[in-house]
Structure formats: C-alpha cells, structure tokens
Design a protein around this ligand. Sequence first.
Ligand code: FPP
Length: 264
Amino acid sequence: MISKPDTMGPRTREAPDWLVRPPVHLAIIMDGNGRWAQKRHLPRVAGHRQGAQSVRRTVTACRAWGIRYLTLYAFSWENWKRSRLEVDALMHLLEDYLDREESLMIEKSIRFRAIGDRSRLPQSVLRRLEQVEASTGRGVAMDLTLALSYSGREEILAAARRMASDAIAGKIDPAAISQEDFGRYFDSSGLPPPDLLVRTSGEYRVSNFLLWQIAYTELYFTGVYWPDFGEEDLKQALLDFQERQRRFGAEGGTSAVTSGATER
Ligand code: FPP
C-alpha cells in the first residue's frame, strides 16, 4: 500500500480505504446557488440557503476523511455588487452558520478563521467571526477557512503594501525577499498552498481566488451546482485528485503527492 503523506496532522478517525492520498489542503469555489434556485423557480436566496447545507455536509465529510485544511470561497470582493437583499441574506446565513456550528467545531477540534477584507463586513458579522475564531482557536484536527469579502489580487496588493512599508522602515532588505518572506505578509499566511481546487456549477474560472497560492494546485471542475454537491461528488473529486501526476515543474513524477504543508 502507498503510504499517506506525513503532513496530515492529527486525525481522530481513519480516512476511508479509497482515500489513499488525500489533499492536505482542499479549496472550493462554491458556485451555482443562483442557478439551482432559478431552475426551481425559487428566489436566489433559497439557493444560498441550500448552499449553506452543502457547506455543513462538506465540512463534516472533510473532517471525517482527514482533510487537514479546507478553504471555502463564501463571498468575493466583487459580490458586494449584488443587490442589497442578496448581500443581507448571505450575511445573515453566515451568522446563522456560525451560531449553529460553533459548538460542533469546538467539539470536533476544528479551527475556524476568515480571510478577506474585514473592513466592509457588517459589525455584527465581524464580531461573530472574531468570537468564533477565538473560541475555536485551539482546534488541531482541521483548519476551516472562509474567504469572505475576498479578492486574490487585493490580498497580493495588501501584502505588497505591508512589505513595502517594512522595506521603507528598513526592517527588511528588498533584495533578500524570498517567496516565503512575501507569503508571511498575506492574510492567509500559515495556510499551505491548496493541493486541490474544486469549482462547482460547470464554470471554468478561478475568479480571483487564492491567486498567489494556486500556482501548482490541481484544478477540478464539476457541473454539479453547489447546493447539490454531496459526499459522493466530493469523493469523485478526491479520487480524481489522487490519480494526478504532480511534478511541480520538475520532470517525471509519480503521484498526487502533496506540496508539503507547513503547520502553523
Ligand atoms: C455562488 O453562487 C455562491 C455564492 C456567491 C455564495 C456562497 C454562499 C453559500 C454557499 C451559503 C452561505 C455560506 C456559508 C458559509 C454558510 P451564485 O450565487 O454565484 O450562483 P450562480 O452563478 O448560479 O448565480
């Protein structure tokens, strides 16, 4: 049997037999809520509500299957352009999710965190995010990260601004900055690069998600709308991933070996 990567971190349950090489870090672009609702002649918000159920299912499955890092694109920087009604509903769903899942996250040793531009989030959401980040902060089995008000380009730009300030202040030598040094200025600092990025709903784009981090990430696209995305769909994505030949730019390569998570 091929051995599992040693970057998994602690797990309380064995991964299923079919999961020989799980990605250390799985990132998901959850797409298709609106079309799911439209197909059923329902308001878009109904699709988001059903999408929140898929979030629960996915987190539960990933935790049970030993996925160490799960990052979900819940609200992009560009999503602020949507109607007030839809934005309010999404913010409400998020608060509701945190209220309902906080105790389970603590019980399951899941550390929660949000990345993105917090300055635009409503005060009540921000407060709740900070509370849950604090209450789950000791979780060691899995890191659940929600990208909220998130833009990959903005994250890179913000990191560049912070690094430039440090350079001007003489704290760092611009000529000596490495990729790892730059990565430390990111909001998502401490997360290893995703091994697998899944996008639902049949769109073939990365939509400004983790742009710096996905340089060598394997991409998986499925036509399934996010509200319909279940355990079986996730299993298919993971099975596909473990057949990939990952070379990270080198020649040869044998398997979907992971990129080597750096534990926070
Ligand atoms: C994309 O579908 C999805 C979003 C913009 C929001 C994702 C939100 C959820 C899954 C529910 C709430 C989240 C949590 C964490 C509880 P879309 O609206 O762009 O779909 P469309 O492309 O079919 O219109």
